[in-house]
Design a protein around this ligand. Structure first.
Ligand code: 5GP
Ligand code: ZN
Length: 111
């Protein structure tokens, strides 16, 4: 499968790693939208939130147990935002489910 984030997970494309275990990989976004901007992805390919189902939901649930640990390791004591864009209207550019962790400043309200 020609998937950018599968290639990042496998190491074929380099990235700046923040966290890794057997199911999850997290790395700095190449074009940060906040002082701290990290992407968290499951190693197992899932297209997006719109492709979560009974079979793969455990990967997403697991990611949400890891995200607070990553945020703590990043020192985001004042809080942070978790975002997942889905489809064209939201501007999803990579069809491998990912969760943006954004923080490091007061983020303001969402659009
Ligand atoms: P989306 O727009 O799909 O919600 O998020 C994709 C994110 O991946 C964007 O924030 C973009 O900056 C980031 N991105 C795209 N290509 C690369 C890459 O090669 N390396 C890294 N680290 N981030 C990337
Ligand atoms: Zn993938």
């Amino acid at each position: 499968m020609d998937c950018l984030f599968c290639k990042i997970v496998s190491g074929e494309i380099p990235s700046k790693k923040v966290y890794e275990d057997d199911r999850v990989y997290a790395f700095y976004d190449i074009a940060p939208a906040a002082p701290t901007h990290v992407l968290v992805v499951p190693k197992k390919h899932i297209d997006g939130v719109d492709a979560v189902n009974a079979e793969n939901a455990s990967e997403v649930a697991y990611i949400f147990t890891v995200i607070p640990k990553i945020a703590e390791s990043l020192g985001l004591k004042g809080g942070y935002r978790v975002v997942s864009n889905v489809g064209a209207d939201a501007g999803q550019t990579v069809r491998h489910i990912h969760f943006h962790i954004l923080g490091g400043k007061e983020l303001g309200r969402m659009c």
